[in-house]
Design a protein around this ligand. Structure first.
Ligand code: SF4
Length: 305
């Protein structure tokens, strides 16, 4: 595709962007010129299986699925010879204070490779695909639903991309998307995120431990390997963790019964919200497009490359 104007779906491969892909493939939404998936090469097996299935549907509708990648986030994070892309680990500083590493992984491993592909498809010249010829525009669909309207932002906007949020235009919530998927024979769509993403809530960690032991073992190994901060290390003996309790993952309190589970308890609303986040993970999860609106964190300067 090299055209003055193209329409591409940013495919995270979770519930919402899957709905957009299937709607475009079936003609319920206008046809796409392509869907772009940014692969950190550390997604769970079921996400890759889902992509294969979805890719086949898109292909039969004449919509190419482009998989782009900056590299293997897991390997790169542990490789001292690799330029360090910070993952937002939970940090305990030597003075006992707590912080969190900066999140650069999303912009480097998702946003940058997607934008590069967009520039390529808009006719930018190889090998760097830096400069988009004048007047060429990509309409980029992003799968935020109405309940995520707070994530709409133009913070990382670039002139050659016009973002569009078709689910919000359709007034569809995440629950509507889940219903739509069930009706169309896609009942199980896994949340797409790196196997060892620190934004996992207890529910996701338990799911890994109880149903995907190889991926759990992988996350536990990775957690141990980053204790000193990964490839770059933390000065002054700080420690980094994947679980927000700042306890090694295989001992972290992921079975903790949240207050929310005590049905008869009249809970403080902030407790309930905090419990919910601990259980389900950060509500913002990993999107290249929305700013994080989770709890404020003290950045551990030491994580800056
Ligand atoms: S899923 Fe987590 S670890 Fe992976 S890129 Fe997103 S924030 Fe980083």
């Amino acid at each position: 595709v090299t055209a003055p104007r193209i329409t591409l779906l940013s495919l995270g491969a979770g519930v919402q962007s899957t709905v957009l892909a299937l709607m475009a493939a079936s003609g319920e939404l206008p046809r796409l010129d392509g869907a772009v998936f940014a692969d950190t090469r550390w997604e769970p097996r079921r996400v890759y299986d889902h992509l294969v299935k979805l890719g086949a549907v898109l292909e039969s509708a004449g919509i190419p699925l482009y998989r782009v990648s900056k590299g293997n986030l897991r390997q790169d994070s542990l490789d001292p010879d690799h330029r360090y892309a910070s993952v937002p680990y939970y940090v305990r500083n030597p003075d006992g204070s707590e912080g969190m590493g900066r999140r650069q992984c999303t912009s480097e491993y998702k946003l940058a490779p997607i934008n590069r592909k967009v520039r390529e498809l808009l006719g930018a010249a190889p090998p760097d695909y830096r400069r988009v010829p004048k007047g060429r525009i990509c309409e980029q669909w992003i799968g935020f639903s109405v309940d995520e309207i707070g994530r709409v932002s133009d913070k990382d906007g670039v002139s050659y991309i016009h973002k569009r949020y078709p689910l919000i235009e359709l007034g569809m919530s995440r629950a509507d998307c889940e219903r739509w998927l069930r009706r169309h024979g896609w009942p199980e769509v896994a949340k797409s995120a790196c196997i060892g993403c620190p934004y996992h809530g207890n529910r996701q960690w338990r799911e890994l431990r109880d149903h995907y032991p190889d991926e759990w073992a992988d996350a536990v190994d990775f957690d141990a390997a980053i204790r000193r901060g990964g490839a770059r290390g933390l000065p002054l003996d700080g420690q980094a963790f994947l679980h927000r309790s700042r306890v090694p993952l295989d001992h972290a309190p992921i079975d903790r019964v949240t207050r929310r589970e005590w049905a008869d308890r009249q809970g403080d609303v902030f407790d309930v919200l905090a419990d919910q986040e601990l259980e389900d993970g950060d509500p913002d999860g990993c999107s290249p497009y929305g700013c994080r609106s989770g709890l404020p964190v003290v950045e551990a300067e030491v994580m800056t490359p």
